[in-house]
Write a protein that binds this ligand. Structure first.
Ligand code: KG4
Ligand code: ZN
Length: 369
């Protein structure tokens, strides 16, 4: 049974993990360690991730994080059959630190290097925590950088058997959480804070708009345009848009501040705005996920990525999956946000399929799945 050391540095977490195959097709991966050094404190001061600071901090942290992952996983260098690393997409300066480190390890240990797509890692996090997904599955990857909907039809994903069926036309859902929090003066990253503040709010207090797509995406590449009218309608139903909602929240906050002489909103009203915003995002996400599941005849639904940590999204998704009679896969909170365990599991799937990279592998800021 193969064991990999995985490295993930695509954004602002330096992460390493040791993951082994189990030999059990239903629950194929065992996470032996999962170490994350978060840089959130460093970037909070600036209201978002500063790429240059992120790459420098990865350089400082990576040796310690890798050593810790090996220690926690009780693994020796000689136990490793391969090194898996996130090749992209992400911040290129951040990715480069992980890729260079992984290449150095693979060369010195004389083991294969496995290049992993960050979103393939998020999809695999569902399998780590829930076991094999009943296929076909409709999987939403919802993070700070992406809001992508996939149809997964077979076990050879992500290289085959995996089709992008919807994505955001503008902001990612996590980005909307982060930007709305910034408007409210709440600290970065905004998702967890809004989630917490919204708990005491009234989600029906403000009627924020849920975007519906009525026009074809004029900026989409012609190659991606679906052929028939029915196909185009279907495609539009699966697209997301969050920039209008973000602007609506901004306008609402500005108007309410102006209406109150002191410009300060009471905590109760902030909670109401957060709850109403969160309800609108969750509804926009889940309407499309369940429409896609119906259109694809899905046998299960998965939701992964940082925003899948959202308590409202988890609760509403569970209720709707229950009503639809479909099993729902969510990652545990530790595997929802960026981590290397998911990269290790995806790396093992690729390794088993014979996918390895030469030592001139390069990091890629944008990379198709
Ligand atoms: O997957 P991830 O860790 O990094 C990327 O690949 O982007 O996702 C980070 C995103 C951030 O936008 C963060 O605000 C959001 O996930 N997030 C949440 C929650 N926890 C993290 N959004 C809503 N509710 C949460 N509880
Ligand atoms: Zn991510």
């Amino acid at each position: 049974m193969a064991t990999v050391l995985a490295i993930e540095t695509s954004c602002d977490e330096t992460a390493a993990a040791v993951v082994s195959e189990t030999g059990d097709g239903e629950r194929p991966w065992r996470v032996r360690s999962n170490t994350v050094a978060s840089q959130a404190e460093i970037h909070r001061e600036w209201g978002g991730v500063v790429p240059e600071l992120a790459s420098r901090q990865h350089v400082r942290d990576i040796c310690g994080v890798v050593e810790r992952a090996l220690d926690d996983g009780r693994a020796a260098w000689s136990d490793l059959d391969a090194i898996a690393v996130t090749q992209g997409p992400g911040l290129v300066g951040s990715l480069l630190v992980g890729v260079a480190f992984a290449k150095g390890l693979a060369a010195s240990l004389d083991v294969p290097l496995v290049p992993v797509h960050h979103l393939a890692g998020h999809i695999e996090s569902l399998v780590v925590d829930n076991g094999r997904l009943p296929l076909p599955a409709v999987v939403l990857v919802v993070s700070g950088g992406h809001t992508n909907l996939y149809e997964v039809t077979g076990e050879a994903y992500p290289r085959r058997d995996c089709r992008l069926i919807g994505r955001t036309r503008d902001d990612a859902a996590g980005e909307a959480f982060d930007k709305v929090a910034a408007v409210r003066g709440l600290p970065y990253p905004g998702g967890p804070v809004i989630d917490r503040v919204a708990r005491s709010g009234d989600d029906a207090a403000v009627d924020f708009p849920v975007a519906r797509m009525t026009h074809a995406d004029r900026s989409a590449s012609p190659a991606a345009a679906p052929a028939g009218i029915a196909a185009e309608r279907r495609a539009r139903r699966m697209e997301f848009s969050f920039s209008g909602l973000k602007t609506a929240v901004k306008r609402h906050v500005e108007a309410r501040r102006a209406a109150r002489g002191d410009g300060v909103l009471p905590d109760g009203e902030v909670a109401d705005i957060c709850a109403s915003f969160q309800r609108a995002v969750v509804r926009a996400l889940l309407d499309r996920v369940f429409a896609a599941a119906r259109a694809c005849g899905a046998r299960s639904i998965g939701i992964a990525g940082g925003v899948s940590a959202n308590s409202r999204l988890r609760a509403d998704a569970a209720a709707r999956a229950d009503a639809a009679g479909l099993p729902l896969a969510l990652p545990t909170l530790a595997l929802a946000t960026d981590n290397a365990a998911m990269i290790g599991a995806a790396g093992l799937r690729l390794l088993r399929a014979g996918v390895t990279a030469p030592l001139d592998l390069n990091a890629r800021a944008s990379l198709d799945l």
